[in-house]
Design a protein around this ligand. Sequence first.
Ligand SMILES: NC(=O)c1ccc[n+]([C@@H]2O[C@H](COP(=O)([O-])OP(=O)(O)OC[C@H]3O[C@@H](n4cnc5c(N)ncnc54)[C@H](OP(=O)(O)O)[C@@H]3O)[C@@H](O)[C@H]2O)c1
Length: 237
Amino acid sequence: MNRPYIVCHMLMSIDGKVTGDFLASDACAAACDIYYDINRRLPSNGFICGRVTMEGSFTGGWYPDLSKYAPARHGLDQKMDFIVDDLSGYYAVAFDPKGRLGWKSNRIVDPDGDPGYDDAQIIEVLTERVDERYLGYLESMEIPYIFAGETDIDVLLALKKLKDIIGCETLLLEGGSIINGAFQRENAIDELSLVVAPVVGDKDGKPLFYDSDMSKFELMQVETMHGNVVLKYKIKV
Ligand SMILES: NC(=O)c1ccc[n+]([C@@H]2O[C@H](COP(=O)([O-])OP(=O)(O)OC[C@H]3O[C@@H](n4cnc5c(N)ncnc54)[C@H](OP(=O)(O)O)[C@@H]3O)[C@@H](O)[C@H]2O)c1
């Protein structure tokens, strides 16, 4: 396979939603614990999230003052990836087409110190829409970046580079709905790991895969844990 093996690991409601107030409800507390516990145990080279999820979970919307940064040493016109020497083998891969995430460190600082996230080395996946000064900022922070697409992220190109350049063999895809949908439409999800909480989401909740196409999966495992259901599926080829 010319890309990493992708396991989409998500917590969802009975009605298949992955966003909304239900996530913070009492009814979802045990499911959250199960979700994070499985996340810690799934073998991988790290996790991928969309820009919105990375912002909500880790950067909190902070953004650097780009006027302080010179454009990158190699210009946007050359679309050159920036890789550092000390690749750690465990990554937080941000699909951030326009370069909107502000990182204060080149490693994840998880608010709870969760070993499933904490200290993961950040990698930015960008498009050519990014401000060149943002590249200068990333380089000053020693944050590796790769280009994958002109205006939208080309998921398959990004994954090929994550395997060939960074050396990722397996990555967890951990939301949200939009990025999951982009992977699903490209048939780039090999396995699903789902924790279903005993709660129905509200009308504003987004589905597991936003804007999905039809694809078939084979059920591999079902477990119940404290009133929650844990499901494992493999893509049917
Ligand atoms: N239940 C769970 O297990 C779980 C897990 C993670 C997150 N969540 C929830 O999910 C919510 C966020 O999900 P979301 O669906 O709104 O956003 P998301 O998938 O986290 O991020 C979407 C953003 O990613 C960027 N992006 C990167 N590649 C893309 C592509 N190929 N196509 C389209 N966009 C691409 C775009 O950023 P730009 O807008 O900058 O272009 C897009 O707006 C949060 O509320 C979070 O709590 C739930």
